[in-house]
Design a protein around this ligand. Sequence first.
Ligand SMILES: [Fe+2]
Length: 441
Amino acid sequence: MWLPFIKKKSAPENKRSIHPSELKIGMVIELPVSWLRHPFWKSRFRIRDASQIEKIMALNLPFLYQIMEDTNDAGKLAEGQELTEYTQEIEEADTKTQEPTETVSTKSYRKAYKTKIPATIHHRKIQATQKKYDQTVTEVKRLIKGVLAFSEDAVGETEAIMKSMIEVLLQNPTSSLFLINAKKKSEVLFHHAINVCILSLLIGKEFGLSAEELLFLGMGSIFHDIGKIRIPKAILLKDKPLSKTEKEFLKLHPQYGAEIAQRIKTFPEASINIIYSHHEMLDGSGYPKGLKEDQIPTIVRIVTIANLYDNYCNPRNPEKALTPHKALVHMSKKLASKIDVKILAQFIKLLGIYPPGTIVQLNNGAVGIVVGKSPASPTEPLVMLYDPDEPPSRAPIISLWDEPDLKIEKSLRPADLPDDILTYLNPPLRITYMIEPIDRM
Ligand SMILES: [Fe+2]
């Protein structure tokens, strides 16, 4: 196990184990489980009312920690916010990002970080994951080709792959999302399919979908854009804005996709519905049917959100790309009437306020790129820092969860960075994720 935030912190002098029956309002506590496994915004917070005590009791934990307040951490502790408040949290984080960016300095912010892992170890893990990702791309290409040839075998094979992925997901409560550097522009459709599939399955799992529903979700999400095969490449890969006619043409891809899938007898009906409806919006403004609210099933809503996120991070014109953090802010602020905000909240909880790939500035002025999420807190991810005194291969990677006096001040656009820092941090051109169960690393 290599990620510092996974190891249980050594029994610190500032916390003591208590039984849930000892909980009182006003107490500052820490839940000893990943924040994906409980309904609160952070694992460490102050209890503000009796209903929160009830929710903690319902988790059936054998113990939890009480935090003594005269510690450095006390200043960082917020009241226990719950799932429905997530979108509010990300909007507050965005207010800081709106502030004018001063010139980012390339000076050294060297300090004694508590949990510095050499970037070489991280890079080695990333390389192994990257290799697996490249194999997945080759596999997905082959399966998509098979479905386009109406092959029942390709459907059966994809189902088998999905089943084993789902089994791994369900058996590993903690998985880490890795940032992958996907370079080939000619493969964008495959990267998009894999990204949307991975993110959809993760959301679906957190939503408590059954193994069968996850299978439908996986099959629908991996092939959701298969109808784009009938759209000319000149439209699909066009960097400039599309004309009205081109837009209308592109909007036919869900129908085309459903037609292709329907021709294969064994293709699951629920997955065909995902292909057909993944551009529908809750307020009826989507296509092809303009469906509303209850007419759109949960598994379709999940794919819609994963698809939008990937499209904002990886648009046809890379200059229009939003940072992962900004993509979540945009979805939370502008699309609240169109997408399922409960699923969005779950999605934000899953990715963190600052998802992997986001460039951030810390309160000590240091700049870095988020390279991993923390299962303990959505605002304290794993960050690779710019350090002019070290080559990029040895850039320090720190876990903010373990650095009580450090926090993210704001997210930065790559364009706001001096060339030196940009080259050093080398943010990927496309935000592509791969998931690995942490205990297999
Ligand atoms: Fe689509």
